[in-house]
Design a protein around this ligand. Structure first.
Ligand code: AHG
Ligand code: MN
Ligand code: MN
Length: 337
């Protein structure tokens, strides 16, 4: 029997759970459809003229790739007319994008990182799209930045699409995590892993080790203990991986466990961290927690951080529960770690 489609899965979730309604179902399907279009654009590569620099910069001062801009446009266009959104916000836009007045407005706010890992596009390594769904506060017709500043615990749904050898959609509506694989022949996402669970223990970590000299002392000690291996305080050897696309690293962790860390370091301290809270860290934390893992800032639960800006950054420690707890303990209680 064929695995069930994303549509059937969402209809079944709607029957079981009050927070999944027709509007949210439409929203997820529209995002999934946009991700299929992004996947097709990526797949064309040099033949489609989509590689390389866009020649523009985003609000964070980062140079945009053509595919950052294309993916952002695909997501905006797909989501504008359905009547399910009050507004959206993106890594690639300074301010929230209001739904044009010609279309009806809905009850949700959508945030996205249209193309995550964009330094990997031109070298043909996996990239992704990350999204987070919030409720638009009651009575607000024209949401501004303020309405988006909700802690991660308020997310209604979150997901990512991983564009690798397969195109995968990973989704949570707060009832576990499900993985769908794009059937390219018929153009539909099919459920290929239900209720994904991250192992609580791991011997694999992901960190950009080139930043080591900038790390805070607890981070230095934590990684030194991992690297010391079987003869060190941890008593076993650890393996290291770093894709450079958060989606790639998180998907590996969802598949076989691991811990992903982008800590506060001297280089990013003034900005508060490297990764963005609202459209990278929060949706990934929601997925990881729903899969039985943990996500912290190195000090406290990530999804409880009260956002102050749309493009706010945050340190991220996520993945296998026990390892995230251990890494966090090095920061909170250095003596006990
Ligand atoms: P983006 O391409 O959306 O700007 O995100 C890149 C992020 C994340 O995907 C990745 O884990 C991290 O930046 C990589 O950072 P370094 O280049 O510092 O390793
Ligand atoms: Mn990103
Ligand atoms: Mn991006």
């Amino acid at each position: 029997m064929q695995p069930i489609s994303l549509t059937q899965h969402l209809i079944e979730e709607q029957r079981r759970h009050a927070n999944v309604n027709a509007e949210l179902r439409l929203l997820v399907e529209v995002v999934a459809r946009a991700c299929k279009r992004i996947s097709i654009a990526l797949g064309k590569g040099a033949l489609g003229g989509v590689l390389g620099e866009a020649g523009t910069g985003n609000v964070q001062g980062e140079a945009q790739k053509k595919l950052d801009v294309i993916s952002n446009e695909i997501l905006l266009e797909a989501n504008a007319w359905g009547g399910h959104l009050a507004a959206c916000a993106s890594e690639e836009m300074a301010d929230p994008y209001p739904i044009p007045d010609v279309y009806p407005k809905g009850n949700y706010l959508l945030l996205f990182d249209p193309l995550d890992g964009s330094s990997n596009i031109d070298v043909n390594i996996s990239v992704g799209t990350i999204f987070s769904v919030l409720r638009c506060p009651e009575g607000v017709v024209n949401p501004t930045e303020k309405e988006f500043l909700q802690p991660g615990t308020q997310q209604v749904a979150a997901g990512y699409c991983a564009y690798g050898p397969n195109t995968l959609l990973v989704l949570t509506t707060g009832h576990g995590v499900n993985v769908f694989t794009l059937d390219r022949e018929i153009g539909s996402f099919r459920l290929t892993r239900a209720n994904a669970i991250i192992p609580e223990d791991t011997s694999e970590f992901a960190i950009n080790a080139s930043n080591q000299r900038f790390w805070e002392p607890p981070m230095q000690r934590y990684v030194a203990d991992l690297l010391a291996g079987a003869t060190g305080p941890r008593g076993r050897d650890f393996n290291m991986r770093w894709v450079g696309s958060m989606v790639g690293d998180v998907h590996r962790i969802l598949t076989r466990g691991g811990v992903f860390i982008y800590p506060l370091d001297a280089k990013v301290k003034a900005k508060g961290g490297r990764l963005r809270l609202l459209y990278e860290a929060n949706p990934m934390s929601f997925i990881v927690e729903q899969a039985g893992g943990a996500a912290t800032t190195g000090r406290s639960r990530l999804m409880e951080v009260q956002p102050e800006h749309l493009h706010q950054r945050v340190p991220v420690f996520l993945g296998s529960k026990h390892e995230v707890e251990t890494a966090t303990r090095y920061h909170l209680d250095p003596a006990a770690a």
